[in-house]
Design a protein around this ligand. Structure first.
Ligand SMILES: Cc1cc2nc3c(=O)[nH]c(=O)nc-3n(C[C@H](O)[C@H](O)[C@H](O)COP(=O)(O)OP(=O)(O)OC[C@H]3O[C@@H](n4cnc5c(N)ncnc54)[C@H](O)[C@@H]3O)c2cc1C
Length: 426
């Protein structure tokens, strides 16, 4: 890119972003947002070719502004600088890639552990939404204790042959690549015998089956791996070092799920509360007013904590406990917020007309109007997963107790035993 974006001041960064949007968004989009012309905005959003838009946004670096520009998608910005770009994108309601696992976890893991060749090969496809990624960690017998997983990878020359079953794999049905942790040495204790691979989800032997949720949607899947061959060049980290690589993915997942990616006011904080007020104003019921005020305070606390974490990262300090604090608090908060939304909706919140929000709508390809009647009950049902996905609230409390408060570790007799000797059901 001609301009050295990383050298710009905050106001120049914002102006640069606005200028790019002016050139690339459909004519009238930004004016419709600025003047609150919802009808025109909805029409323009409906007409936008989402897939094509994601490619342009990604190639220009705006989908992943903190990624190094040299890999074909990114602006090499610090998290603090990226906030200014993201603020402008959020303000103008710019559609973003639904490749959240690739952007939030896959890319950062490849950047931390991958060869230069892999970085050049993989990062651009993630940022442009052309290659969707999924996370193949959880198994029927290994969720919270994911290091106990049983999927086997056996070396065969320059390849690995993988057999096993994964579950709850979000976006596997549309994914090009999966982050896979598999057991390469069952004779070692559970954390030591693991290796980390990037698997081509279109390879022979990968069988993806949808799991339908109570929202009526099927955003996640079971994935059966039947003698799937993975080239050794797609291994991240040394053989047996998979747990360390997995920690990189899990740390980034926690940050992504805590809302820390959106430190602006538009993300976590007041916006959920404002949406509820917009649907029901004027709110006269004193009970609801009280709960709205409480939700606003809690949302603001999360936003400020995320800002503090971003400032720490910016100053080069190590990641603090904020990620685990806000993952836990954000998940519990969102459940309270969605409960408030549905309580205020009354009887209308208990059902909706027509189909559930389908995959295409959830994935951003079709715009869902904020006043779509389905969004309240579906939001309430979906929020129940927040305290499970990315580590349950109980596990987050264990982590905070042990690593932040310094309380004694939970006893775990299986840690030192060879994995093959650990008693397991099934
Ligand atoms: C919407 C959604 C999307 C997901 N997407 C993915 C994905 O893309 N990829 C992926 O790999 N996984 C994914 N998961 C799986 C998720 O990571 C696991 O569900 C989660 O880690 C919990 O594991 P589990 O379901 O096996 O429950 P279990 O580990 O069996 O836990 C059952 C209950 O026991 C509690 N418990 C377990 N151990 C302890 C302990 N030591 N102390 C206190 N309480 C404990 C748990 O908190 C929970 O309440 C997803 C889950 C959801 C809900």
């Amino acid at each position: 890119m001609a301009v050295d974006v990383a050298a710009l001041t905050p106001e120049q960064l914002r102006e640069q972003t606005r200028a790019w949007l002016r050139e690339n968004l459909p004519a009238g989009w930004m004016e419709a947002v600025d003047t609150g012309d919802d009808a025109t905005f909805a029409q323009l959003r409906q007409q936008l070719d989402y897939d094509d838009w994601c490619v342009r946004l990604g190639e220009a670096g705006y989908a992943t502004p903190t990624w190094p520009a040299e890999y074909g998608a990114g602006l090499s910005l610090s998290p603090g600088q990226a906030k200014h770009v993201n603020d402008v994108l959020s303000h103008y309601k710019v559609p973003r890639p639904f490749n959240i696992i690739g952007i939030g976890m896959g890319g950062p893991t490849v950047m931390a552990w991958g060869s230069e060749e892999l970085k050049h090969r993989l990062l651009r496809g993630i940022a442009t939404n052309q290659e969707i990624w999924c996370q193949l960690f959880s198994e029927p017998g290994a969720g919270s204790d994911v290091a106990g997983l049983a999927t086997r990878a056996v070396r065969d020359g320059d390849e690995w042959v993988v057999t096993g079953q994964k579950v709850w794999t979000t976006l596997a049905h549309v994914s090009r690549y999966g982050m896979l942790v598999a057991r390469t040495n069952p004779d070692l204790p559970k954390h030591q015998g693991l290796s980390y691979f990037i698997v081509d989800m279109q390879a022979p032997g990968v069988d993806v089956r949808p799991l339908v949720q109570m929202t009526g949607d099927a955003e996640f899947n079971e994935v059966y791996l039947n003698d799937v061959r993975i080239p050794d060049s797609m291994r991240l980290g040394r053989e047996g070092d998979g747990w360390r690589v997995a920690i990189t993915t899990l740390m980034n997942e926690r940050v992504a799920l805590s809302g820390a990616g959106s430190v602006s006011h538009e993300g976590v904080g007041g916006s959920g509360v404002e949406r509820i007020i917009d649907r029901h104003k004027p709110v006269t019921d004193p009970g609801f007013r009280q709960r709205l005020a409480q939700a606003y305070i809690e949302g603001t606390l999360i936003r400020l904590t995320n800002q503090r974490a971003a400032a720490r990262r910016k100053s080069g300090a190590e990641a603090g406990p904020e990620g685990s604090v806000t993952k836990l608090f954000q998940a519990e908060y969102n459940k309270r917020l969605q409960k408030l939304a549905i309580d205020m909706e009354g009887a209308a919140g208990m059902a909706w007309d027509g189909p559930a929000l389908g995959r295409r709508e959830r994935m951003g390809r079709v715009a869902v109007a904020p006043d779509d009647a389905r969004s309240v009950p579906v939001g309430f049902l979906r929020a129940q997963a927040n305290t499970i996905e990315g580590g349950t609230s109980e596990i987050m409390r264990n982590i905070l107790g042990e690593r932040v408060l310094g309380l004694p570790k939970e006893p775990d007799n299986s840690r030192e035993l060879p994995w093959k000797d650990v008693p397991r059901s099934g």
